[in-house]
Design a protein around this ligand. Structure first.
Ligand SMILES: Cc1ncc(COP(=O)(O)O)c(C=O)c1O
Length: 417
């Protein structure tokens, strides 16, 4: 470790000039203090120590290899199985979008290559009946939009289990925010009441389907609250609802008939839609405001026109896959029921995401390895992604699975116990 030097200029923080910094002499001069034991200096050591600490706690993350060796995929968010059959759609893609380039070469605000981005926005806008705006990913959307919404006088109220990207947006925003207990509409209502006079607007952030618990937002109740309190705006992340819920797959808001009540509805294209990127559905004023304020949109090269064109094709397919959506819901209910009936395991899931809460990081890892041996790829989720003590396996179901697959999975889990 390099020891902190005392003396002229040595006490100032990194990046900060000391008052007499002009007087500091270069280290090479005879007057400069000699650094203590240069041979021992290792700026990487702290990072390596951090990794050792993660490994000790069974929380080390690694990027898996690409060989599934025929295992059943319970990892990916290809909920409708569209990504698995992408090759099938390639001839149609090439025929319809032969000029779609693989780069935008600039942010959309600077690029002339916006034909397919505009078409995708128009298509989404027509589906939802309100303007759409594209982002490069759900992460970009959440950090860029939440930060942009934080005008003075704003309070954010966010569900305790919102995704890391929304939390990062809140942190970047520097705005006041409070968290309410997961899915607790009574507590949310109380927080709104308590803070109503002090703020010009209160923006509630929630997800339609929660990515780690797989439970579902009471969106109708939330809309009722908004209708009672006109200063309240709703920001709903439909990352796991888009493609999966609603007759056309437009999300939980479509299923519950409340799309028009959601001020900012965010959907991602890298999950059920088998593409990449994200979009928001919002009012004309908000769309224009975000184009002028969302830094992740303004200062980042846009997804490629090819990606935008592929998204158009995939969303066209996705809207017609209601049978698969229903099958997926039946499978999910079946897994939850069988886990309880055969293994006495309760799962909070009300969707295609089914967690098996283990409560211990190393146990979750060992169990996911055991299931891999039995032919199932599942993910061990540990803190900080989920709270300590709620470590789990996460089963991400897709419409290509059958009841037989679910039976085999439950049997394999039973053998572990
Ligand atoms: C709820 C939620 N929001 C946002 C994101 C980020 O979306 P993207 O993967 O497109 O960056 C995710 C991704 O896992 C998510 O689960």
């Amino acid at each position: 470790m390099v020891k902190k030097k005392k003396g002229r200029g040595g006490a100032s923080a990194p990046g900060q000039k000391s008052k007499n910094s002009r007087a500091v002499k270069p280290l090479a001069t005879a007057a400069a203090p000699v650094p203590v034991d240069i041979a021992e200096a290792d700026p990487l050591k702290a990072f390596a120590d951090h990794l050792d600490h993660l490994a000790d706690e069974h929380r080390m993350r690694v990027i898996p290899g690409d060989a599934t060796q025929g295992r059943v995929d319970l990892l990916s968010n290809d909920y409708l199985g569209l990504a698995a059959e992408a090759q099938t759609y390639m001839p149609e893609f090439l025929r319809r979008f032969p000029d779609a380039s693989f780069t935008s070469s600039a942010s959309r605000l600077l690029s002339r290559a916006n034909k397919y981005h505009n078409q995708l926005e128009e298509y989404l806008g027509n589906l939802y009946g309100r303007p759409a705006l594209l982002f490069n990913s759900g992460y970009h959307a959440n950090i860029g939009i939440i930060q942009a919404l934080a005008l003075p006088g704003t309070l954010f109220l966010a569900d305790k289990l919102i995704h890391a990207s929304a939390i990062d947006g809140l942190r970047l925003s520097g705005a006041d925010f409070k968290r309410f207990p997961h899915n607790d509409m009574r507590k949310l209502r109380r927080l709104i009441k308590e803070n109503y006079q002090a703020y010009e607007r209160i923006i509630v952030i929630a997800e339609s389907i929660y990515s780690m618990d797989g439970d579902v937002l009471d969106i109708e109740q939330l809309v009722k609250i908004k209708q009672e309190y006109p200063k309240v705006m709703l920001y709903i992340d439909e990352a796991h609802g888009f493609g999966v819920r609603g007759v056309r797959g437009l999300g939980l808001a479509e299923e519950c008939g409340v799309t028009d009540e959601i001020d900012i509805l965010m959907g991602t294209l890298g999950k059920a839609a088998a593409s990449a990127g994200a979009f928001v559905i919002t009012s004309p004023v908000m769309k224009s405001y975000l184009i002028n304020s969302a830094r992740s949109l303004i200062f980042s090269t846009a997804i490629s026109p090819a990606q935008a064109a592929w998204s158009i094709l995939m969303i066209e397919k996705l809207t017609g896959l209601n049978e698969r959506r229903l099958h997926l819901q039946r499978l999910s209910r079946y897994l939850v029921k069988e886990l309880e009936r055969r293994l006495n395991f309760e799962s909070p899931s009300k969707s295609q995401i089914v967690p098996l809460i283990i409560g211990d990081a190393s146990e979750a890892v060992i169990m996911s390895e055991f299931l891999a041996d039995k032919g199932f790829d599942s993910l061990a989720i540990r803190r900080p992604t989920v709270p300590a003590g709620s470590e789990r396996l996460r089963f991400s179901l897709n419409a290509k699975l059958t009841e037989k697959d679910i039976d085999r999975l439950v049997t394999a889990i039973g053998h572990y116990r």
